[in-house]
Design a protein around this ligand. Structure first.
Ligand code: ADP
Ligand code: MG
Length: 294
């Protein structure tokens, strides 16, 4: 894919952990401003290791590897030579376990912490905090202690505390793992809303139905390499390639392809293709009349 407006550039990156596990074996990719990227692949394929390179939590272990960030104001930052807090202002990272990053006694304090550290005016933060809590569906919870939130709500709080920083890019490691359908949707809807405001979103996910629905680009990893990279339609149509990494395309896509209607990735799209193929115009029920089928 070509990216005239690159925000993250990963060039020949290898990462070998102490103990000699080569988690990344030479990765090249560019993430463009405004993309919604999903990184997929089985456990141990290097997804988290790659994502942690995006904001300098990890650095390439080979001398030729480099990760460069292109900021909104036209600067290029090499993660190797930069302090973490400078990088974190451009790329926010939400850990897989939200409890790793929740430390305060109220949701409000949790959200204020990062911007205050960057010198934000506390008066200006009041509005920003309420707006961000609303964005993640935690409106009215500003004074609640995070220990009283559900796991999914804490995940959304951790996301909010990153979003409130106003980073160009937000990277979220497995935001929906262990969450039920409704909670997963709330989480991804928050990220989609942030994306719609022109930001770049990167998620790691095992939920192919949600990936197909929300992502504009899919990067499939296997054994420290990029196995496939393209739009969801491009990547999920490479079924033999995906089999190598035990990824099954979304069930709706498999079903639609099996009955001769390729191209549909989500339940809504599959229903629409089937309806168009089977029913005469005029007798068609709309997807919203049927409701969500999952
Ligand atoms: N801190 C670490 N120390 C040593 N090995 C690690 C560490 N973190 C991950 N690994 C190894 O690196 C490989 C890639 O891991 P990871 O990036 O976490 O994969 P994924 O996120 O796709 O599950 C695995 O073999 C894993 O065991
Ligand atoms: Mg991981």
């Amino acid at each position: 894919m070509s990216h005239p407006d690159a925000v993250i550039e990963v060039a020949d990156v290898e990462h070998t952990y102490k103990g000699n596990t080569k988690a990344l074996a030479g990765v090249d990719l560019t993430i463009g401003r405004g993309e919604f990227v999903a990184i997929i692949g089985k456990n141990g394929s290097g997804k988290t290791t790659l994502a942690k390179h995006f904001n300098g939590l990890l650095r390439p272990t080979n001398s030729g590897g480099a990760v460069r960030l292109h900021t909104g104001d036209g600067r290029t930052i090499d993660t190797r030579g930069s302090r973490l807090h400078h990088l974190a202002a451009t790329v926010g990272y939400v850990f897989q376990n939200p409890d790793r990053q929740i430390f305060h006694d109220t949701c409000r304090e949790e959200l204020q912490f990062g911007p205050r550290n960057l010198g934000a005016d506390p008066a200006a933060l009041v509005h920003q905090v309420s707006e961000t809590l609303e964005l993640v569906g935690l409106e009215g919870r500003a004074e609640v202690n995070p220990i009283h939130l559900s796991r999914g709500e804490r995940q959304r709080l951790a996301i909010a505390s990153t979003l409130v920083m106003g980073c160009d890019v937000v990277v979220v490691d497995e935001p929906t793992t262990g969450q039920d359908r409704a909670e997963s949707r709330k989480i991804l809807d928050s990220l989609a809303h942030h994306h719609a405001q022109g930001r770049t979103v990167v998620i790691i996910s095992h939920d192919m139905a949600l990936v197909a629905e929300y992502a504009t680009r899919v990067i499939a990893m296997r054994q420290g390499h990029v196995l496939a990279d393209g739009t969801p339609a491009e990547v999920f149509s490479q079924r033999e390639v995906l089999q190598e990494t035990n990824i099954r395309p979304p069930q709706a896509a498999v079903l639609a392809a099996e009955i001769g209607l390729p191209g549909a990735l989500t339940v809504d799209q599959a229903v629409r293709s089937m309806r168009d193929a089977l029913l005469p115009a005029g007798s068609r029920t709309t997807v919203s009349q049927i409701g969500e089928v999952e």
